[in-house]
Design a protein around this ligand. Structure first.
Ligand code: G
Ligand code: G
Ligand code: NA
Ligand code: MN
Length: 248
């Protein structure tokens, strides 16, 4: 159980920091991108999961400040990585309530000097639950800065296909729950269909949750080029930025 006041203090004290998990080329092992994932190292409780504290931040009005800190620190660190390595940061739908997020992003881009195309903002399909003109305008404003917009956990949420027509995204991440069910005829058909969809839309596709070589082999032989998961690397404070050794 996470107290809101305790979370506010932790944000103030800088206890919540990003770690980074690689998204790599499944054929060469080259790290294309590192996804920032928030971690709270509590002095007494130890590691608190974002699955616990993000919802508390969202309810208590702390998510803007927390999100801004994670974004700022992630872009600051990304500026030290090789130029071809991108950074993805998760955005809570609640960060689009105030209308200030695009300006915050612009400020942090300018302060860190990071090329906007090196930055991706990951949104989930929950963004469509309270979809409004303001949300649409802000997503457009994010992309107009040259930042990539990525639809995360694709295929699990709310009415995703219809919204793909309404908003422009640069990539999709297939939710880990699909890969976990391989081998399965239906699930394999779904993944192949999503792959075809991204090819037709000319956008990037990332498979999430790669944990074993059977899954890696299946993705490779079905022409899926990018992926993320414990087999490639766990989230780390000091992640690899070059090549990951993949099994042959
Ligand atoms: O890192 P882990 O798998 O424990 O994350 C659990 C959940 O918390 C995931 O859904 C992940 O997207 C979310 N999450 C992690 N870091 C952030 C963050 O910085 N901002 C937001 N909004 N969600 C995050
Ligand atoms: O919602 P989102 O897709 O951002 O959540 C990413 C979460 O998934 C992170 O918390 C990360 O720790 C976790 N994760 C990343 N790779 C794997 C994996 O291969 N297996 C499992 N079980 N979780 C993973
Ligand atoms: Na994400
Ligand atoms: Mn994800």
């Amino acid at each position: 159980f996470v107290e809101e006041s305790e979370l506010a203090r932790a944000i103030e004290d800088g206890e919540i920091r990003p770690v980074f998990q690689p998204i790599a080329d499944l054929f060469t092992g080259q790290v294309m991108c590192l996804e920032a994932l928030a971690r709270w190292q509590h002095p007494e409780l130890g590691m608190v999961s974002p699955a616990k504290f993000i919802p508390v931040a969202e309810r208590g009005g702390l998510i803007d400040r927390l999100g801004e800190q994670i974004l700022e620190e992630s872009l600051r660190q990304a500026a030290e990585w090789p130029d071809e390595v991108q950074v993805n940061v998760n955005l809570s739908p609640k960060q689009l309530v105030s209308g200030r997020f695009p300006a915050t992003l612009a400020r942090i881009l300018s302060e860190t000097g990071l090329r906007p195309s090196r930055v991706g903002i990951e949104i989930t399909e929950n963004i469509f639950v309270d979809f409004s003109q303001s949300v649409l305008d802000q997503l457009t404003a994010i992309r107009e800065q040259g930042v990539r917009l990525v639809l995360d956990d694709f295929g699990t949420g709310y009415s995703s296909l219809g919204y793909l027509q309404k908003i422009n995204v640069d990539g999709l991440k297939i939710d880990a729950s699909f890969l976990r069910q391989i081998p399965d005829r239906k699930v394999e058909a779904i993944i192949r269909t999503i792959t075809q969809l991204t090819a037709d839309l000319n956008i990037h596709l990332v498979a999430e949750g790669i944990e074993n070589t059977m899954q890696l082999d299946w993705l490779r032989s079905n022409g899926i080029h990018f992926g993320q998961g414990f087999l490639l690397g766990r989230p780390k404070a000091d992640p690899p930025t070059q090549r990951i050794d993949l099994l042959p």
